[in-house]
Design a protein around this ligand. Structure first.
Ligand code: MLT
Length: 232
């Protein structure tokens, strides 16, 4: 069954969870791995991320969409250039907490966005018991996540829940990814913060073949997961 959690509150145990935060955490993590970062540690708070500061690590984090004080980078995929084998630590308001939460209940956790849509659909394949987890925004449904969930669901075979069908119907209502993302409340926040370029970039469909996967949850710090790359 292909199911969708419209927000993190609906997260449940599943064989595969695909966590989506199109604007922008999962787009940023995907781009980071594609740009040569060795791994991404997703922290569920800025404080947990700061405790991971160490040589060879780059800290990326946002507060109200702009770079958090004391961090090296913000949460923009456009900042993730030339990772050069470093490890990225990423902390965002909604996306990385959703990843950490999914890692606690799902057997396998993949990170999805529009940038890796084709590769993601291949990586999920014909798996049964898939929950696509929309990170949402502050507990509310986020249109851009629902759109991407619908696009992914439409590419997967098998039975669907009503939530998955509803997302597919939403996705069919837009003529392009950019149109869908631009219609979201989160896009308006990014525009107000001077980050409109990120909306265009995160709208690029299947430009990357990288599918981040949670490989380690815990590491002695319960809130942290590391992602590595699977190439579909
Ligand atoms: C989040 O996790 O809430 C978002 O990724 C925020 C952002 O776009 O910086």
């Amino acid at each position: 069954v292909i199911d969708v959690a419209l927000t993190r509150a609906e997260l449940r145990p599943a064989s595969i969870a695909v966590v989506i935060d199109v604007l922008r955490a999962t787009s940023t993590a995907t781009q980071a791995l594609a740009s040569g970062f060795r791994s991404v540690r997703c922290a569920d708070s800025l404080g947990h991320a700061q405790r991971l500061r160490a040589p060879g690590r780059v800290l990326a984090g946002e507060l109200r969409c702009v770079m958090a004080p004391g961090f090296d980078l913000g949460n923009s995929p456009l900042e993730m250039v030339d990772g050069d084998g470093a490890e990225l630590v990423l902390a965002t308001t909604n996306g990385t907490p959703a990843i950490v939460a999914a890692a606690a209940v799902a057997d396998t956790v993949l990170l999805g966005c529009l940038l890796n849509l084709d590769a993601l659909a291949s990586a999920v394949g014909s798996a049964e018991d898939v929950q696509i987890v929309c990170s949402g925004t502050d507990g509310a449904v986020a249109l851009e996540d629902v759109y991407a969930a619908g696009r992914l669901s439409a590419r997967l075979g098998g039975e669907r829940t009503d939530a998955a069908r509803a997302c597919e119907a939403v996705a069919r209502g837009f003529s392009s990814p950019f149109e869908a993302l631009s219609a979201s409340a989160d896009a308006r926040v990014l525009v107000a913060a001077g980050l409109a370029q990120d909306i265009s970039y995160c709208s690029i469909e299947s430009g990357l073949s990288t599918v981040p996967r949670v490989s380690v949850a815990g590491c002695g710090v319960a809130s942290i997961v590391a992602c590595d790359t699977v190439t579909a």
